[in-house]
Design a protein around this ligand. Sequence first.
Ligand code: ZN
Length: 587
Amino acid sequence: MSLIPDDVIEQVREAADIVGIIGEHVELKRTGSDFRAPCPFHGGTHRNFAVIPRKGMFYCFVCHAGGDVFTFFMKKLGMDYPTAVREVARRAGITIPERGPTGPDPREPLYGAVAAAADWFARQLRESPEAQVARDYLTTRHLDLETVQPLGLGYAPRSKAFLDAMKGLGVRDEVLLEAGLLAKREDGTLAPRFRGRLLFPIHDVRARVVGFGGRILGEGEPKYLNSPDTPIFHKGKLLYNLHVAKHAMRKAERAILVEGYFDVLRLSLAGIEEVVAPLGTGLTPEQAQLVKHHAPHVILLYDSDEPGLRATFRAGDELLREGLRVSVATLPAGEDPDTLGQKKGVAGLEEILKDAVDVLERKIQILDRKGFFGTLPGRRRALDRLLPTIRAAKDPITRELYLSRAAEAAGVRKDVLEREAGMRDAASGMRPSPTAHPASPISHPALPASAEKAVVLLMLEGEPWKSRVAEAVDPEELEFPPYRAVFESVADDAVLALDDTSARAYELLKAEGLGGRDPNEMYERAVNWLEARRLERQMERLDDQLPFETPDRQASLLAEKRRVFDELRKRYPRYKIAKRRRGAPGT
Ligand SMILES: [Zn+2]
């Protein structure tokens, strides 16, 4: 068994035609957007077996077999996971490079234990008399068992039955302990971690169950309990429902971020698929990055009470730091997405989402409503609340717009506000806040965003700069979409075709111009910086590849990495200082 990188597995899953593949084994009939067939696992004759292409999954309502396209091969043909991935890849025409033998993933037993537990918990929810309390609870939330079954919800009984069941399946206590499913009491005895709770399985991006979130039923604390961090479960690095939502996020080009598991359920049952939630805590930088991998725009849909608003703006700042566009949707007082979805259905939810406003604008609205802008001291306090959001905006255009808007709202001069926003940045160094993610290795204060901006500014100067820049820089290298769009439109003489955002960027850049700057120097620095970033990416790819190679191949990859690194130092002397901190080759 060898390891296949996650991104390759993702690529295979996305390319797989789940309907075509499963359709080779059973006769599928379309019902709405799904497909139905007699179940190939329990051998029924009724069409209880569903294939749901939009979620990339299958599920049988009788024997409860379910999973994704890889699970189908594993269950149907007895393949192991890597073999299933290779088989699907072959059919999708994707080549997976053969690697040397690297041995099995040492975490395999943990995945196995959590999967076995998830199956057992789901069966308890369906069948156990004790789980009536959980089934009743679902009813009070207007969810029926049939609806939540494909999502893998489960029930953890109060008793120690879980221990016996796992023993019966041959799962060892040490593995259950490491997987966070058992807890050791002070007297050394073992007890199930989850008791008397409704369980939401939490999947990693490969759609494997890695942990649970458990809601207490009846009295008790805490209301929600998660799996502890384990080698396969990292609370701050996972998002609930991402394994399903990511496809929809790509398609819709947006993500909807909610606070709770039930909120996710409600939206997703209403057919709004691009919805994810952090696991009961504030949004972490890693989670913000995860979102960014799949969508450029996030709508925050949190409660509108005070704690909900605080959480909204904290999450908003975290997302702005990743350069995402952030909007806030406002729920009527006292409602959460779950209750609103129950009352108003998908139309009501869509209405709220449609009315979402930019996160800074929302802050201004709230401060205004509270009368902050009416007095001088109030305006000062309002600015103090707006500044963190302005500073968080990593994307230069957003930041420009925020500065103008905040200055206007508070009645201060923009340059004064700009200085204040910048001063605190300098004071706190390159990291915008103590919780922020580590700065990218080449994020030099003045450079990263400005290199992209600089090449676009030069393009806007007309000839000869336009041709020189177009020759040296591939538009693909510009990561900020409006800059890329402006770059391309100027190169193609198609400025009028820009969309609203990019047109705004164009106007701002036009207005800014070169100022007093020397175009030759700007050009040199920006082109070198972009080249350095290209080389850095190349090194990262080599790093990703290294662990999977044979010793011989590793040696040649290391030599290549050394070559790229030397090139990088030559091109961008400052780079080595930053790079060394992360452990560059030869240090
Ligand atoms: Zn079945």
